[in-house]
Design a protein around this ligand. Structure first.
Ligand code: HEM
Length: 177
């Protein structure tokens, strides 16, 4: 095995680092909140939906800023792992994160509008929320959120694997110190 080959003193921009960790915290709140809402009756979930939607829209805004930073702010070179396949996988997982975060927040907003949640909240009438099975974008929203969790696990496995094989703590690139 070759020696470490990445310069870990080169970090992502402060803005990207802040958004990365804020997004992690928001997803840790949003996913369980979404799963919890699944089992509630419409009148029980009115307050939680409001919180879920506001935090979710925050993820959308942060992801939009992060995308802009991705192209505008200086960022460290792509990681080298010693395997061309893994080098590509890292890039695909990262791109998929961006794509999924946009797709989840857009499908969440579509669920909000087409599923009657918006009307229910604005008129304080939980009866306007449609049957879960009849809300098409909700199926996509749930599937995309689940896919995000799979990607998250791959992300962590990749970081740990890289540490054991290469003795490099690549998380340093995403830490401000
Ligand atoms: C990263 C952001 C988000 C994550 C991880 C997330 C996660 C989830 C999950 C896991 C569910 C349960 C899905 C299911 O029933 O199969 C859910 C439901 C839902 N989400 Fe999100 N969500 C996000 C953003 C949003 C946004 C931005 C909105 C709206 C503006 C939204 C609106 C909703 C609504 C209306 C439901 C249905 C609740 C119910 O009746 O059970 N979500 N979300």
């Amino acid at each position: 095995m070759e020696k470490a080959q990445n310069d870990l003193s080169k970090k992502y921009s402060k803005g990207t680092i802040i958004i990365h960790w804020l997004t992690v915290m928001l997803i840790f709140a949003l996913f369980p909140l979404g799963k919890y809402m699944e089992g509630l009756a419409p009148e029980e979930k009115m307050g939680i939906i409001k919180i879920h939607a506001i935090l979710g829209m925050l993820v959308f805004i942060l992801t939009a800023i992060r995308t802009w930073l991705f192209f505008k702010a200086p960022r460290p070179a792509e990681l080298k792992t010693g395997s061309a396949f893994n080098d590509k996988l890292i890039i695909w997982v990262r791109n998929a994160f961006y794509f999924l975060l946009f797709a989840i927040t857009i499908s969440g907003s579509a669920t909000m509008i087409l599923g009657g949640y918006g009307d229910a909240l604005s008129s304080d009438n939980a009866d306007l929320i449609m049957e879960r099975g009849d809300i098409m974008p909700l199926k996509g929203h749930g599937f995309l959120a689940f896919t995000l969790m799979i990607l998250f696990v791959m992300h962590i496995i990749g970081i740990i694997k890289h540490y054991f094989l290469r003795k490099e703590l690549v998380i340093k690139r995403m830490l401000p110190w």
